[in-house]
Structures are given as C-alpha cells and as structure tokens.
Write a new protein. Structure first.
Length: 439
C-alpha cells in the first residue's frame, strides 16, 4: 500500500503532542485520517504496544481538546508490511471550533487543515465557525476569551443575597452546557471589550469639552461608574416660593437610570463601537449601538412592547432587580417628565438608538440663547459635601466615600471637580489632604 500525506491524511512516526493539533484541524475542517507509525515520506516503521499508545492518545484528546471531540474520533490498528500502525479517523465535528484547552479560542489554540499542513485559524475563521455552530444569537455564542473573572457581578449578587456559582452561571447562560463561557459571560466579566464613552460639554454643542471619560470592565461596573459620573454632573437648581426653598434636579433620577439601563441592555454587542453619553447645558444624549429589531416601530416601544435584543442579559438585570418589568423603561422616562414643558426625545437610525433627556432647569428661553449662566446650579452630592464641611470645618476623601457611599475614585473626581469650580479649597496633599470652604 502506498502512503502519501494530503489534505485528509497525516503521518506521525511516534505519539507526540502535535497529534492533538492534527485532530483539531481535521475536526474543524472536513475530517481526515491520522496514521501513527509512518514517517513523513511514507515509510512504515510500525508501533510497538499499540494498545498502550492508543490509550495514551485517547487520554490526550479527551483531556486537552475542547469542546469534547471524542465522539468524532475512532481508533483502529492495521498491519502493513508486517508492522502494526495506529489509524485515527476524525470526522468533521458539530461543535466547531475545537481548540487546545490551555490555549483557548485564539489562533494559537484553533487549527484548520490547509493542504498537507495543520495551521492556526484566523480570528475571522474562528468567528465564522462559532457563528455557524452557535447560531446568530450573540449572547449564546462562545466567547473568544475564556480567562474571565466576575468580581463585579459576584458583588452585585452578594448584595442581594443571591448565589453566583457554576450552577447559577449555567442557568443564566454565562456558561454553556460544555462549561465554556459565552459572549454573555464576556460582557459581564472584567475582560469585557465593550466600553461607554462619556463627555461633558460647555454649551449646547461639542465645541468645548469640559470633561471626558471612557468606562470599561464588566457591564455591572460600567453601570455603576457611569451612573456616578452622570450624578456628579446632575445639578440642582434652587428656587423659592415665599420662604420655602424648592430644589429641582436637572435630570430626574428615574429617567437617567432607565436611559442608562436601556443603553446597556438593548445595545447590539456584535459591533465594537462604544456607546456614547453626551452631557450638554440643555440635555443629555444616550446613544446605543443598534437600531430597532426588524418588525418593531418606535410607536411599539413607546406603548410598552418589549422585544429584547439581549434577552439573557435582560434576565440577569431583572434578577438583580435593576429592571422591574420588561417594556416599562420608556414609559418611566416619559412619566418622569409628565409635568415639565420639555419632553424626552427618541431618535432612531438603522444602527443607533438615541434617547435625549432635556434639562429640567433650562427654560426654552435660556436653551435658545445658550446662556448657561442663567442656571445657578450645584449637584445634590456637592450640596451634601458643602453641608458636611460647614458642620465639620473640613472634609477628606474618606469622609466623602462614607457620606455618599461611593468609591474612592468617584470621591476623588467629585472633590477635584469642586476644587476646579472653587467651591472647595484643597489643603495639603497625599494622605493628609483636607478640603475646606473658601474664605
């Protein structure tokens, strides 16, 4: 019998680690046969102790390749020229892409057959195989990154006395039935590749930046950090009716909350572009990537029809009581502005969904003239800090963290903002830093 390597045939002289690479390549391509005991030039040298060697190979394949490919691999022995060889038949698998467990779903771990060689697959080829196998649901596709951590999500579950272990992760579809992290897992992990870009502008256009940030990490971390950022810029205007002072926030908190949740839950994560939040003198704009799903119109959304692009993500937010009920977000936003002259707007394109929240403290007249000085405002958190300083002579960052129940980084940003506005004076630096009122 004449042996020669080709696209579906591979020779190995002895049992080596490279065998798993060849099995992966055949399973990811059109299948093939691997012969052990034959040199590259086709010379048969045979294998001693074939049973022991086959056991070694089967253990290697079972333990080193994900997802489980064993049902597509069959072992046999043949005798050629009086010598025994091992024959491994590999069928094209249904769980593609297969990969070396230690390498993950990266080119260095995923192989395909190309001519007479097994070569690393490109990122594009890997994504194509995932989509072909897992379907079009982005959430349920296997994540290319498998080294994931979930500290932020664990914290959120712990705050609500909810379990978050391997069993719950499978139920929530963060892990699939093979124990592989899905794209939903990637979104909730610290390794999430999607970000939110936020910026604050002076005036009603983007001519002058006041501040800009990019928020990354787990969607849970982004949710908390972005909300704190907006809250820091959410000013209070004080007016008086006789002797009674009335404080009005620029933006109703329920409207901000629902707009932010909408941006996260309904975003199309198949696109890598960042979601955008822009804070102007007269409005906040939330721009989410991905337009309405086919068959759904804006009127449907406003009337409470809920067709969620990321159903599994929405389910997790629901379990964490971040979402009270499906389809109520837009009605809550509109309800928050029920007694106000200017109403929220929604703008939709084929690839974006924009919610515009008007500033409640900017009248139509001041909006048109862009006279930002007409709004004498201060944020609710800043007012709490100023009241604290009046009572205690000074405040530290640690005091602010405890007073407002915010992170150290958020407290630092807030204090820096107040110093820049000359609402506070910074005394000393480092650990002994204190903030006092201007004289």
């Amino acid at each position: 019998m004449f042996f020669q390597e080709n696209e579906t045939t591979e020779f190995k002289e002895i049992v080596v680690e490279d065998i798993k690479k060849e099995v992966i390549a055949f399973a990811n391509s059109g299948g093939g046969t691997l012969y052990i005991g034959i040199r590259d030039d086709g010379e048969i040298i045979g294998v001693e102790k074939t049973n022991e060697e086959m056991l070694k190979i089967s253990n290697m394949i079972r333990d080193s390749i994900k997802p489980d490919v064993t049902m597509f691999v069959h072992y046999d022995t043949e005798e050629q020229d009086g010598k025994k060889i091992i024959v491994i038949n590999v069928q094209r698998g249904t769980g593609r892409p297969y990969y070396i467990a230690k390498k993950g779903l990266r080119p260095e771990g995923v192989y395909i057959r190309q001519g007479t060689s097994s070569v690393p697959a490109t990122d594009t080829a890997i994504r194509h195989m995932i989509k072909e196998t897992d379907g079009d649901s982005f959430e349920e596709m296997r994540s290319l990154e498998q080294n994931l951590t979930f500290q932020s999500v664990k914290k959120e579950f712990a705050l609500r006395n909810l379990e978050f272990g391997p069993q719950q992760m499978q139920t929530l579809k963060i892990l699939n039935s093979d124990g592989i992290y899905t794209n939903l897992g990637l979104l909730l992990s610290e390794q999430c590749i999607h970000t939110i870009k936020a910026a604050c502008f002076q005036g009603t256009d983007q001519s002058v930046f006041q501040d800009r940030r990019e928020f990354s990490g787990s969607l849970m971390q982004q949710l908390n950090d972005v909300y704190s950022y907006i809250d820091m810029h959410n000013q209070i205007r004080s007016t008086f009716e006789d002797l009674r002072r009335i404080d009005i926030l620029d933006y109703p908190k329920v409207a901000v909350r629902e707009a932010l949740l909408n941006l996260l839950v309904h975003r199309d994560y198949a696109f890598r572009a960042s979601a955008l939040i822009s804070i102007y003198t007269d409005r906040i704009e939330f721009v989410s990537i991905g337009g309405l799903l086919p068959g759904i119109a804006l009127d449907d959304i406003m009337s409470g029809v809920s067709v969620c692009r990321n159903q599994n993500l929405a389910n997790i937010f629901y379990r964490l009581e971040l979402i009270e009920a499906y389809g109520t977000g837009m009605r809550k936003i509109m309800g928050a502005y029920r007694n106000m002259d200017r109403k929220p707007l929604v703008e939709i394109t084929s690839n974006s969904f924009k919610i515009i929240l008007p500033n409640s403290n900017v009248s139509t007249e001041s909006y048109e003239t862009d006279d930002s000085s007409s709004v004498n405002s201060i944020s609710q958190n800043e007012r709490k800090i100023l009241d604290y300083v009046k009572d205690n002579a000074f405040v530290t960052r640690a005091d602010v963290e405890k007073l407002l129940e915010i992170s150290a980084s958020t407290a630092s940003r807030l204090l820096k903002h107040m110093v820049e506005k000359r609402d506070l004076l910074q005394q000393k630096k480092g650990k002994k830093t204190k903030y006092t009122l201007p004289e």
